[in-house]
Design a protein around this ligand. Structure first.
Ligand code: ZN
Ligand code: MN
Length: 477
């Protein structure tokens, strides 16, 4: 069999983190009841006039900056015509002739080293609504109509699924830290279409390309690429199937892609300038203003953590992978807690919380003031670590207040050494055989006694104190 190479280009749609929609003042928030956020403009009523959202353009500029792109001095919007029930105007407002930027570059790192992925362009456009199919009917929800997006179009630079995933991770980090988008694949605020073709290794001409849609997670993207590449190779090798340029829908449950429609060419969309929207001049001053207000990037945070804060590279990598974890880190640091404790609590305790299936660290929602008070109570030995872990889970699930909870449930650490001594004295009297084994050098017996003592104090004793007293009393026994 011949050796084949996979060639891929990506189109990534990312919803912009604006409060309102792209051309009207309706809320752009996710999760409302159907058709709650709709007005005549975003419903495409005749005579409606779109007014561009300045914040959306600024987030477009921010996306251009973090992807090292060349920003277009004068941008404009165009109409892309097609019919679909969730597109009430019969056209989508997007950018073809003067997009927000071109010629970007994103550096990725895979097991094979570093590589630059080049971008053709990024354009700002509006989202379409959503069809809900149930009980044999199809319903339209226009909430998402005209929610602002950027579409990031790469050149066909990808050669493996690993490169694709590394790029998406990188994009997510760049855009979420810059505040451009929350980039949540599960909620559809980050969506990725994969254009894929295969060719014999060593050749330069492109093969027939298909576009795959509807992958809802990184792992689904990986499976889709593996399946589709194999389908192309099989078609070329056996001739049993003719490859055609088309759009295909990935079905993750079936583990297969299915033909959706023949791929349209740009001419089919009959693009033309939207003369209702004035061109927008993007001045250097405006770009610099946006640049100056960009929050610290993941890269800079990592450098600060491993540099002046002396956090290990492993821990810094874990925390800077998620915008949310970094926000929690900064909030805890602002409470004046020691760096070492903040890192341990995030990396070992917070990340072992049961956050539920299909959730990422970015979904962790926790009251940082309460988390800080929990950590400082542990540091001040008001409660021990075991109790603190249990309360952490409750802060996360029920938003309990640690101080009140400890008081109400009498969970304060038993530090009365007299009480601990009394418990140990009784245990020694009740377990003469174990004491004998300990004296004969069986170290496991010590752990047995620690466990028993902790149990007698309902887990509230300071384990360090217990160990100290126990060692002394066992030797004396
Ligand atoms: Zn509206
Ligand atoms: Mn698009």
């Amino acid at each position: 069999m011949k050796e084949y190479e996979i060639v891929m280009g990506l189109e990534v749609h990312v919803e912009l983190a604006t409060n309102s929609k792209l051309f009207c003042s309706c809320s752009a928030k996710f999760g409302a009841d159907a058709n709650e956020h709709v007005c005549p403009a975003c419903a495409g009523m005749p005579g409606m006039l779109p007014i561009a959202n300045k914040r959306a353009v600024e987030l477009g500029i921010a996306a251009s900056i973090v992807t090292n792109s060349e920003i277009t001095p004068v941008i404009s919007f165009d109409k892309k015509n097609y019919f679909y029930p969730d597109l009430s105007c019969g056209y989508q407002i997007t950018q073809l002739y003067a997009p927000i930027c071109r010629n970007g570059r994103v550096e990725i790192e895979t097991s094979k080293g570093k590589k630059d992925i080049t971008l053709k362009q990024i354009h700002i456009e509006e989202d379409a609504g959503k069809l809900v199919h149930s009980h044999g009917v199809s319903l339209v929800d226009y909430n998402r109509c005209s929610v602002p997006l950027v579409e990031i179009v790469s050149n066909p630079d990808f050669r493996s699924a690993e490169e694709v995933l590394a790029y998406l991770e990188k994009l997510r980090a760049l855009l979420s830290f810059a505040g451009v988008s929350d980039c949540k694949m599960q909620e559809g605020s980050m969506r990725c279409d994969v254009n894929l073709s295969v060719r014999e290794k060593g050749t330069t001409a492109f093969g027939v390309r298909t576009e795959m849609k509807n992958m809802n997670s990184f792992s689904a993207i990986e499976r889709a690429i593996e399946y589709e590449a194999q389908r192309h190779i099989d078609a070329l090798e056996t001739g049993c199937e003719e490859l055609v340029q088309e759009t295909r829908r990935w079905d993750d449950n079936a583990g297969k892609s299915f033909s959706m429609r023949n791929k349209e060419n740009a001419t089919d969309y009959r693009y033309f300038p939207d003369c209702d929207i004035m061109p927008i001049v993007v001045t250097d001053e405006w770009i610099e203003k946006v640049r100056a207000t960009l929050p610290e990037s993941a890269h800079d945070k990592y450098a600060r953590m491993t540099g002046e804060l002396s956090i290990s590279e492993v821990d810094a990598k874990i925390i800077t992978k998620s915008k949310r974890l970094c926000d929690i880190f900064d909030a805890l640091m602002a409470h004046g807690l020691p760096v070492k404790d903040v890192v341990t609590w995030i990396v070992t305790e917070l990340l072992s919380l049961d956050i539920g299936e299909n959730k990422s660290y970015d979904d962790i929602e926790i009251d940082c003031d309460k988390l800080a008070s929990l950590i400082s109570m542990t540091n001040k030995k008001v409660i021990n670590r075991t109790v603190a872990k249990k309360i952490l889970a409750l802060v996360y699930t029920d938003n309990v207040d640690p101080e009140t909870y400890v008081k109400e449930n009498n969970l304060g650490m038993v530090s009365d050494t007299g009480a601990i001594e009394a418990i140990i004295a009784q245990l020694i009297a009740e377990n003469p055989n174990s004491v004998k084994e300990y004296k004969e050098g069986n170290a496991k017996v010590f752990t047995f006694f620690v466990g028993k003592t902790m149990k007698q104090t309902a887990g509230k004793a300071d384990p360090t104190v217990v160990r100290e007293i126990l060692a002394r009393m066992l030797d004396e026994a």
